[in-house]
Design a protein around this ligand. Structure first.
Ligand code: B1N
Length: 819
């Protein structure tokens, strides 16, 4: 039986009194006049009182036990709404629903008042959130360190089909009820200035940083509540504040106003999340964000370590620091600086501690996403860190010389410093050299990291490069978002599957059970209805839930190939109108995607899908068989409605480009069948469910590489395939933009003449054929139900609990500590 540690403590009357108190004292309203929003806020604050108490108790216990902890450093945590999820983790959902009902409030309505905290872009940030959930659920001691952005990922709307961005003030004017300010944990962060040498009292030559500016880092904790246990871990988010006097040099020069002005600029450090996914923009303010994040986090890790009575020499025994991609890499020279300049440990000792403390996860092979920073910029903002990076590289180059004597080519390739007109620091190389473990995020991706990205590193550091396949939390992505399916699962395999997803395999034996199939498909139907209702209410489009719900939701990127999906839609449109023998099962193609504001082609693709949708949804000639719905402002709370409602999951990236994907897992758990390439975690999903229960198409990684070497000629496919030609040529006409031909032509031009590195046309024919197969198979509802059930049953590998156990056992060497 689940323990439900928190439930025992629930005192309804006391809880209601706390809600009442916050309603009047915190939000200055009364139970007669309060808005639904004020009720939600007051309830959130009352709940946060419980979780804050448990957070402090967890911190105290871990310090006393001298437990080894992981510190997860990430510039992004895409947590989504916390209230519903935390209620489930606390085991208080029903209790609080009842308590609020007695106060005249409906819990479901209250939960809808919460704005999504969108402190991340996509998969990388969402993974960090799932990992925090799994760390807490399994009581692996952890602290998440991130940034308290004032504005999260922009809000998206469409104006005449084009994406328009608006700022996302996720905290509203009232602040977020779950966040707790930790004034005692503030940190000072230095910037700019110069480095000087001096001789210390023992006659030793030392270096020290004489910074020119400093800003204040203020800590906000969000509670990560352990599912079915008492532990609560902090997600600690740093907010940058600039306290005058700020620009010390200018202030001392008497430039009082100028000094204040700079202070205003530094107040901008945590203003807004950079809206790029899988792309490095290289802006100075972003480097400042990264350093600010790392300086605060490293200082806080050292504070905790020492407050628990531990010596600096034991740092790597008690703490490990996981770098979520290279974005927090500057934490490495920051720790080295502190060990060298403040603890005066000497290089060897400092390096031993540091290199046993850090581990690094690589999330992408895309060259445009591999971070480099100009030496000049780092030198200006962080002069001592640049010196330390040079020293790390100097020592590493000596090691390279020993392994490959007089081989300048290898040196050039492995060097942390990229030579050229502008010398650049390669952050991934710095990570591989300075950490004890480097992992990719799916088996295929990790092999490509070893084979294509870092082959020489794999030789010089044998065993350092490994794999941990991603996962997703079954609490949010099944139990919370799909209550119908959850009840059905619990009935068959018991109710402890959310914490033990292996149990879900118990469904396998019901895959052929006609009664179970019926109930499983009835749940799917209800979830499709829930989505159809949302679409009708918010977009005014009426949908038929007997249609196939085919969904592609993820960031808009050429490598993810939303335009391949679009080409198939255009082909269907063409056939429905021109081929009287053509028949198809009704299908709704859903999209949800934000484009980085500066990514022109991605925005063109959004525009094209919207324009095609407008036409298709209103064309009586199609007999309602084809619908296209682009959900605006795709975010975690909408994902929670979309995943459970899918029949078909689109995972169609060019092989080798999607490191893992995690939406693919959420779909399959919720009973959607995947149409996908042999890319990222799709490969492992196929292994789990078997080839008959997934629709694989397209070129393999090696075929992609071969085709590119031989020279990819898009016109070859264009001339050979009349359906492809028809689809592409529609983009030149004014079919979807009446009176304005050519408005969609940029996509066609890019695919035919733009040297498309994602080989969209090469995979088109196989994609269309595989979609036809899906059409045929969906008509046999029994077989479809069987496959859908098997997808749910065979997904246990992709629980993030398993991912975290892999990290804990193979990399971090971490043991659970229960409260
Ligand atoms: O990380 C996810 C993977 O499942 C996805 O396949 C992968 O694309 C994603 C720079 C990124 N890789 N790199 C980024 C995000 C923001 C940014 O500024 C790169 N995101 C991924 C989780 O492993």
């Amino acid at each position: 039986m689940p323990k439900n540690g928190q439930t025992q403590q629930f005192n309804k009357a006391a809880f209601q009194a706390a809600v009442e108190k916050h309603l009047t004292t915190t939000y200055a309203t009364t139970d007669e006049t309060a808005s639904t929003r004020s009720w939600y806020l007051a309830m959130g604050k009352a709940l946060a009182e419980i979780s804050t108490g448990n957070l402090l108790a967890t911190e105290k216990n871990l310090a006393e036990q001298k437990a080894r902890s992981v510190n997860y450093l990430s510039l992004e945590f895409l947590i989504g709404r916390l209230t519903g999820n935390n209620l489930i983790s606390m085991g208080l959902y029903e209790n609080v629903a009842e308590a609020m009902e007695e106060m005249g409030q409906n819990l479901t309505d209250l939960l809808e008042e919460e704005r999504d905290p969108a402190l991340g872009n996509g998969g990388l940030g969402r993974l960090a959130a799932c990992f925090m959930d799994s760390l807490a659920a399994q009581e692996y001691p952890a602290v998440g360190y991130g940034l308290h952005y004032e504005y999260g990922l922009f809000r998206q709307s469409f104006v005449d089909g084009r994406q328009v961005e608006a700022p996302d003030a996720w905290r509203g004017i009232e602040g977020y009820p779950w966040e707790v300010l930790r004034p005692e944990l503030s940190q000072q962060v230095s910037l700019y200035g110069h480095v000087e040498g001096y001789t210390d009292e023992n006659g030793v030559e030392c270096r020290r940083w004489v910074p020119a500016m400093s800003v204040e880092g203020v800590a906000w904790d969000l509670p990560i509540v352990g599912y079915d246990n008492k532990s609560v871990y902090p997600l600690r988010l740093w907010e940058c504040r600039s306290n005058a006097p700020f620009n010390l040099a200018r202030f001392n020069d008497g430039d009082y106003v100028g000094a204040q002005y700079s202070a205003l600029e530094a107040g901008n450090v945590t203003k807004v999340l950079y809206p790029n996914d899988n792309h490095d923009q290289g802006k100075a303010l972003r480097l400042m964000q990264q350093y600010f994040h790392c300086a605060c986090s490293v200082a806080d890790i050292l504070r905790r370590h020492e407050a628990a009575g531990n010596t600096i020499e034991s740092l790597s025994k008690l703490e490990t620091i996981q770098l979520n991609d290279t974005h927090p890499t500057i934490a490495i020279p920051e720790l080295m600086r502190i060990l060298l300049d403040e603890y005066k440990l000497g290089w060897e000792k400092a390096w031993e501690i540091s290199s046993k403390t850090f581990a690094y996860t690589n999330h992408t092979l895309l060259p445009e996403a591999l971070e480099t920073w100009s030496e000049a910029l780092i030198h200006q903002m962080l002069p001592r860190h640049m010196e330390i990076i040079f020293e790390i590289n100097h020592r590493f180059m000596k090691q390279v010389e020993q392994t490959w004597p007089s081989n300048n080519e290898v040196k050039r390739k492995l060097s942390i410093i990229q030579e050229g007109p502008q010398r650049m620091v390669r952050m991934a190389n710095l990570c591989v050299v300075s950490t004890y473990a480097v992992n990719g995020v799916a088996a295929l991706h990790s092999e490509l990291v070893k084979r294509d990205l870092f082959p020489e590193f794999n030789e010089i550091f044998p065993g350092r490069l490994t794999n941990v396949t991603n996962g997703v939390t079954p609490r949010r992505w099944i139990k919370y978002c799909n209550p119908g399916l959850s009840a059905l699962i619990s009935e068959k395999v018991g109710n402890d599957w959310p914490a033990n997803l292996e149990k879900i395999a118990g469904l396998e034996k019901f895959a052929d059970d006609a009664a179970f199939q019926k109930r499983y498909m009835a749940v799917k139907k209800e979830n499709k209805q829930r989505l159809a209702d949302w679409v009708e209410e918010n977009m005014g489009i009426e949908l038929d839930t007997d249609a196939i719900f085919d969904i592609q939701i993820k960031r808009l990127h050429e490598y993810k190939r939303q335009h391949l999906n679009l080409l198939n839609i255009l082909a269907l449109y063409h056939r429905l109108l021109n081929d009287p023998t053509f028949d198809m099962h009704p299908r709704v193609f859903f999209f949800g995607a934000k484009a980085a504001p500066g990514y022109a082609l991605a925005k063109d693709i959004i525009f094209a899908i919207n324009k095609v949708a407008e036409k298709v949804n209103n064309d009586p000639r199609l007999g309602g068989k084809l619908k296209v719905v682009f959900i605006p402002d795709y975010r975690v709370s909408l994902a929670e409605i979309l995943f459970p409602a899918a029949d078909v999951s689109e995972q169609i990236s060019t092989a080798g480009k999607e490191a893992s994907g995690t939406g693919n897992m959420k779909f399959a758990m919720n009973g959607a069948l995947t149409i996908g390439t042999m890319d990222g975690a799709n490969v492992e999903m196929r292994e789990e469910v078997g080839d008959e229960n997934i629709f694989i198409f397209g070129l393999l990684v090696d075929e992609v590489q071969k085709l590119k070497q031989e020279g990819y000629d898009p016109y070859r496919y264009y001339h050979a395939d009349s359906l492809l030609r028809a689809a592409l040529d529609l983009l030149e006409t004014d079919e979807f933009t009446p009176g304005n031909p050519g408005q969609l032509a940029a996509i066609r031009h890019n695919l035919l003449e733009g040297g498309d590195p994602y080989l969209v046309l090469a995979d088109f024919a196989d994609y269309v054929k595989t979609q036809e197969k899906i059409d045929a198979e969906y008509r046999d509802q029994k077989t479809w139900a069987r496959k859908a059930i098997l997808n749910t049953a065979l997904m246990s590998k992709f629980s993030s609990d398993r991912s975290i156990r892999d990290y804990a056992n193979n990399i971090w060497k971490l043991e659970p500590v229960s409260l």
